[in-house]
Design a binder for this molecule. Structure first.
Ligand code: ASP
Length: 304
């Protein structure tokens, strides 16, 4: 595996995460127009649907001056049974310099250890989502200027969420107090659980997660209305949130289910801000993949 790959958040050292966040911050001001000295090319291989992750990677790649190719699995030799490994090896052989990959299989990247170009994981099944995690850290820092000591509640379909997994690893690493809430059937082993009202009242960050219907084995045993009342961010629960607290959600949002539709753009909501920050963070990840050193300027007032 290429050393500049990014597969899981816990494969990064704390200092490397700070460098990536700092580079992302530099891309918001001092280095807005900075681009790589190569034009790549880079390829985006999305074997699962995606709007934000796919197109914010594409936007980041174009802003960095890379030539970008998007592979559509249905028009590739995957339909003839070609493996993921042979597909990636082919991209390497024909001159691509890095790959951004999303796949529904947990830890699909374990099959790709003999690929010699950097691989950026854009989500593996219920496993990891390191770029989402970094943009979540960035969004929290932008508001609170620190992570240490913050109370974070992650609520919803924890069991199927790669975001819950990656965010938990990183938030713990930076000293946040993280708890989870939602239906029993969505609990994940080793993740601390709290009653939803308690979690919402006491948290600085309230992060809602989508029910991942595509990963459920059978139908939900609860109606949408009942789910919203029991486990969603209702208007009533919004009123219980702390004054300076924020709402996050990796999106796509099931409006009216995990969050009241009117709250998606409420004053506390950072949901669309997360998307904007995603481009900055993905620029930093790609810059690292192309072996560029972190920027030496540290111009944020964030404390770690
Ligand atoms: N966009 C996030 C992901 O790719 C969350 C979601 O799809 O619900 O994991």
């Amino acid at each position: 595996m290429h050393p500049n790959s990014l597969l899981t958040i816990d494969s990064l050292r704390r200092e490397e995460i700070i460098d990536l966040l700092n580079d992302a911050y530099c891309f918001s001001n001092l280095y807005k127009d900075w681009h790589l000295s190569t034009n790549g090319p880079i390829a985006n291989l999305f074997f699962e649907n995606s709007t934000r992750t796919h197109y914010s990677f594409a936007s980041a790649e174009l802003q960095l001056g890379l030539k970008v190719e998007d592979m559509y699995p249905e028009f590739s030799s995957l339909t003839k049974g070609e493996s993921l490994y042979d597909t990636c090896k082919t991209f390497e052989a024909i001159g691509y310099k890095a790959l951004v990959i999303r796949n529904k299989q947990d830890e699909y990247f374990k099959q790709l250890t003999n690929i010699n170009i950097p691989i950026i994981n854009a989500g593996d099944g219920c496993g990891n989502h390191p770029s989402q995690c970094l943009l979540d850290l960035y969004t929290i820092l932008e508001h609170f200027h620190r992570i240490k000591g913050l109370k974070v509640a992650i609520i919803g379909d924890i069991a199927h969420s790669r975001v819950a997994n990656s965010d938990y690893q990183a938030l713990k690493m930076f000293g946040a107090d993280v708890t989870f809430s939602g239906p029993e059937e969505f609990k994940r082993e080793g993740f601390p659980f709290t009653n939803i009202d308690e979690a919402i009242k006491s948290s600085d960050v309230v992060m809602l997660l989508r029910i991942q219907f595509e990963r459920l084995e059978g139908p939900m045993h609860i109606s949408k209305e009942e789910y919203h009342q029991k486990f969603g961010l209702t208007k009533q629960r919004y009123e219980m949130m702390k004054e300076n607290s924020i709402i996050m959600h990796p999106a796509p949002v099931n409006r009216g289910l995990e969050i009241d539709s009117d709250l998606v753009e409420a004053s506390k909501s950072k949901i669309f801000r997360q998307m904007t920050n995603g481009v900055l963070v993905r620029k930093a990840i790609i810059k690292r993949a192309f072996n560029e050193k972190p920027f030496s300027e540290k111009n944020s007032d964030w404390s770690f």
